[in-house]
Design a protein around this ligand. Structure first.
Ligand code: NI
Length: 174
């Protein structure tokens, strides 16, 4: 089942999500819903606060859909355990900020560990879009958005555009 995606600005997107100590069927269901929501958007990553749940859960698939088989990842308690000194700059967007993009600088490679859907611990070195994306999604779990890396003026401009976007959308839905 697809879930509505929360749009910036919203206080829920600024909160820190809680570690998951007990992997329940409800959380597995939430993860499946989040994948469906992400693919439907369409997007390459989604974090639980974006659907209003403040638990540490991220879904991810950065495979280019037109050329390769999908690779859906469900990540409970994802964590960066090491980051490269090499950096990369990528033009990021966010499902909570439709049509807003800006360049963000992050470590080019990261070592990530997480708990998968079966409760098994996984670890992987990610690079390229995967690396950018998992860092962006884990930031969501800490109440951080990609615009927080930008200069205040640019950040305020995007926020103003989003307030206008939400106002227009609310009017359409009356
Ligand atoms: Ni995002």
């Amino acid at each position: 089942m697809k879930r509505p995606i929360i749009l910036h600005p919203d206080p829920r997107l600024k909160k820190t999500s809680l570690y998951i100590s007990d992997l329940t069927d409800d959380l597995r269901l939430l993860a499946d819903d989040m994948l469906e929501t992400m693919y439907g958007a369409p997007g390459v990553g989604l974090a639980s606060p974006q659907v209003g749940i403040l638990k540490r859960l991220v879904v991810l698939d950065c495979v280019k859909a037109d050329t390769n088989a999908p690779r859906p990842l469900i990540m409970f308690n994802p964590e960066i355990v090491a980051s490269s000194e090499e950096i990369s700059v990528y033009e990021e967007g966010c499902l909570s900020m439709p049509e807003q993009f800006a360049e963000v600088t992050r470590p080019a490679q990261v070592q990530v560990k997480w708990i998968d859907r079966d409760g098994k611990e996984q670890s992987e070195e990610m690079s390229g879009l995967w690396s950018t994306c998992i860092q962006h999604e884990i930031d969501h779990l800490d109440g951080k958005l990609f615009i927080d890396y930008l200069k205040p003026l640019k950040r305020q401009m995007i926020t103003r555009k989003m307030i206008k976007f939400k106002r227009e959308r609310a009017r359409e839905n009356l």
